[in-house]
Write a protein that binds this ligand. Structure first.
Ligand code: HAM
Length: 416
């Protein structure tokens, strides 16, 4: 056995789990087209500055979790820890604001964070997400949230909780941060070293700390919801109202601040009781300043991303029927050309076909057909080749019949 293992926090995905991934990916492609989202694929690595500027230099993601390296030309590059900044960068660079309408994107792909691996948390993980630009209406926030919750329900994931908050905007947040700082300074001795450091820089990030003593201390801290400006308050009221029209239940969570700095106004997370500590299935929110901050127009944005490994953990009972395999066997290598041509015809018809080239006797080929769980074995021997027929063995019932090759397609249409 090789002593080289996959790096910590990464995993190999193969059958049968891979079938769930393909099912999920197909479901995403199908579902998000209904909302006019277009797929976007951005590079897996970007200039490091995109993330430090986009996500915020004070965030855990940027300070502790980025896979950053210098390439041979001395550029600092980073494996993307998330994709919102990349989608914004791509839209600015390719001038999609002018050429694409509506400005609605979805993506599926790997992200990288140097985090402590555990159930549901990896260093390479897969996200799918959506981003909508150029629409600041609260109804879009509700529609994005609806699409997230409804998609999970369509997958059969029902036991979820939607947490909702408003994190304000540059008009109301600075005054709140001062109030928060005051409260944090008064409780400084109850906070961890990391959180004490956050007080002067970005005290909102104290709410991200997972240590129980810090979580306990923040319980008495003032919350942003009580300090929103009129515009943010109205926006938030309209989001909640639209969600109630849509029949989407939610829970107000005044301490939900999300771990990335770009959020303004609406922030949300969908959590599941089945996941243990890593309970967030997805998270997102509005980011009305990010596009401008990264050099684009002054344009609103909103989106979310979901952890696909965490969704897959919820699809354990999903049974995906295996493709029914046709095994083409030839009794003697001299009939191989016929077997190869038969396999080609069958594949062109859409059937999954396996052909054994190892020149083993028929008994061994039947054994192999059993091992790969073939539904039928199609045998070509001298008699079949000479008479233009094929013998078909049903691997489950062991019944065997011989039919004319020209009737094979019709036979498969009723018996496959
Ligand atoms: P995020 O909350 O950092 O948001 O990540 C979104 C989701 O990715 C999480 O809810 C979780 O399911 C999954 N996730 C995060 N880290 C890991 C990990 N180490 N292992 C497994 N799954 C993980 C974002 O990434 C934002 N870009 C979302 C967004 C889009 N906001 C606006 N648009």
């Amino acid at each position: 056995m090789s002593d080289i293992k996959a790096p910590k926090g990464t995993r190999d995905i193969f059958a049968p789990e891979i079938q769930k991934w393909q099912y999920l990916e197909n479901a995403i492609h199908g579902y998000y087209k209904k909302f006019l989202y277009q797929e976007i694929r951005t590079p897996i690595f970007e200039h490091s500055e995109l993330f430090s500027r986009g996500i915020g230099s004070e965030t855990e993601v940027v300070q502790k979790e980025m896979y950053t390296f210098t390439d041979k030309s001395d550029r600092s590059l980073t494996l993307r820890p998330e994709n919102t900044a990349s989608v914004v960068r791509a839209a600015i660079e390719n001038n999609l604001f002018e050429t694409m309408a509506p400005l609605r994107f979805y993506y599926i792909g790997p992200m990288f964070r140097y985090d402590k691996p555990q159930k549901g948390r990896y260093r390479q993980f897969q996200q799918f997400g959506v981003e909508v630009f150029a629409d600041d209406s609260p109804q879009v926030d509700a529609e994005v949230i609806l699409s997230a919750v409804d998609f999970l329900k369509k997958l059969g994931i029902e036991e979820i909780q939607l947490d909702l908050n408003s994190v304000g905007c540059p008009q109301c947040r600075p005054a709140y941060l001062e109030v928060l700082r005051k409260a944090a300074r008064a409780s400084e001795s109850r906070l961890c070293v990391d959180c004490r450091r956050k007080i002067e820089g970005n005290p909102l990030r104290i709410f991200d700390c997972k240590l129980p003593e810090c979580a306990e201390a923040t319980r008495q801290f003032p919350v942003l919801g009580d300090h929103l400006c009129a515009e943010c308050r109205e926006h938030f009221t309209a989001v909640r109202e639209t969600l109630s029209w849509m029949n989407i239940p939610f829970q107000l969570n005044p301490r939900l601040v999300r771990g990335l700095d770009y959020y303004t106004k609406t922030a949300f997370e969908v959590i599941s009781g089945q996941l243990g500590a890593q309970n967030a299935l997805l998270g997102g929110g509005r980011y009305n300043n990010l596009i401008k901050e990264l050099g684009g127009p002054d344009m609103a944005g909103i989106g979310f991303a979901a952890g696909m490994e965490r969704i897959i953990l919820h699809l354990q009972s999903l049974e995906i029927p295996r493709a029914r395999i046709l095994f083409v066997a030839c009794q003697d290598p001299q009939w191989l050309a016929h077997a190869i041509q038969l396999a080609q015809v069958l594949r062109a018809e859409g059937y999954p076909v396996y052909l054994d080239y190892q020149g083993k006797n028929l008994k061994k080929q039947f054994k192999k057909a059993d091992r790969i769980a073939a539904a039928f074995t199609l045998v070509l021997a001298e008699d079949e080749v000479k008479s233009g027929t094929v013998s078909i063995k049903n691997m489950a019932s062991q019944e065997q019949i011989k039919i004319s090759l020209k009737d094979l397609n019709a036979w498969l249409k009723t018996n496959y």
